[in-house]
Design a protein around this ligand. Structure first.
Ligand code: AMP
Length: 306
């Protein structure tokens, strides 16, 4: 009997933590069989899509899924479609052994790690394109990026058929694109967006942080400081986005090694620019430090007048 079946056949009064031994599956057919059997048993499946190189940000999603679902599936797929021709696909970090250990310790039941050929065969013709929200910000700088993301996330949703899928607020625009795709294509699942996990100095954890040189790394917390400055100014009653953007730009201008791609105060679901801070406004930041692009964001809340 395979591990996966013994997981399913345990009595539901057992401990909710099923993963005594996480199983790694690369075949699409095998994971489909597993999730069909899980669904037949009326168990809830949580999916955490990832590109591997796990850190505390990924683990926070896995742990949350562990607490909220009966079976946790983590997909590990470095999606070639979301990288542009001049981007860092080839140097994207990858350590399957370390990832397996971390996922197992986080309580994951199945690590789904398909091959590139299986997910993106040479004759692939179908893609998922979310128009407006994907065309802004990252979409302008990285044309085709979100088509790559949406296509692969749609495939993962089709294959794993989860009840709940977990994403990080760290990639805010990605969450907006996926939410729109889920609505538009009637995927029958819930999205859970979890807070950004940070280093001690506020830098958002990211698989790409390891490419920062020592000096660059010490500068990189500037994004967090800029977000905190904006938050404080809004709390103090500044609601004019142009002035807020100037304050943020001033922080970055003090550090010549930082090149700003955008500072955008946006509507939280359309991602269109707003001129005044609304009840809920998202500040999106993207900068380059050395060879590394860093993204971060914060949701700002307008104070209610007393
Ligand atoms: P990635 O492997 O970079 O594609 O990320 C997989 C998932 O982890 C995405 O939903 C990311 O938004 C999320 N994630 C990445 N970094 C963080 C972080 N620092 N905190 C929370 N979630 C994160």
């Amino acid at each position: 009997m395979t591990n996966s079946i013994s997981v399913l056949e345990r009595d539901s009064s057992d401990s909710p933590c099923y993963n005594e031994e996480m199983k790694t599956i690369s075949s699409i057919l095998s994971i489909q069989k597993v999730v069909t059997a899980i669904r037949d048993k009326k168990r809830r499946i949580g999916l955490v899509p990832t590109m591997g190189a796990f850190h505390e940000g990924h683990l926070s999603l896995m742990r949350k899924a562990r607490r909220e679902c009966d079976i946790v599936v983590v997909s590990l797929f470095v999606n070639p479609l979301q990288f542009g021709p001049t981007e860092d696909f080839k140097r994207y970090p990858c350590d399957l052994m370390a990832d397996r250990k971390m996922a197992q310790a986080a309580g994951v039941d199945f690590l789904f790690a398909p091959t590139a050929e299986a997910i993106v065969p040479p004759d692939l013709e179908t893609s998922v394109s979310v128009d407006k929200v994907a065309s802004r910000w990252e979409g302008t700088i990285r044309p085709g990026h979100f088509r790559g993301v949406a296509t692969i996330v749609a495939k993962l949703f089709q294959i794993v058929n989860p009840h709940v899928a977990y994403f990080g607020q760290k990639d805010y625009q990605q969450t907006v694109v996926i939410r729109k795709m889920v609505r538009d294509l009637h995927f029958n699942l819930k999205l859970r967006i979890l807070p950004t996990v940070r280093e001690k100095d506020g830098l958002a954890k990211s698989s790409r942080n390891k490419f920062l040189l020592k000096k660059e790394r010490s500068v990189a917390s500037i994004l967090y400081r800029a977000l905190q400055q904006a938050k404080q100014s809004v709390q103090e009653g500044e609601h004019d986005c142009q002035r807020l953007a100037q304050q943020v730009a001033l922080i970055f201008s003090a550090e010549p090694s930082v090149q700003v791609d955008y500072i955008a105060f946006c509507h939280p679901t359309t991602l269109g620019l707003v001129s005044r801070v609304l009840r809920k406004t998202v500040l999106l930041l993207a900068v380059r430090i050395g060879s590394v692009r860093l993204l971060d964001n914060i949701i700002l809340h307008r104070q209610r007048a007393l």
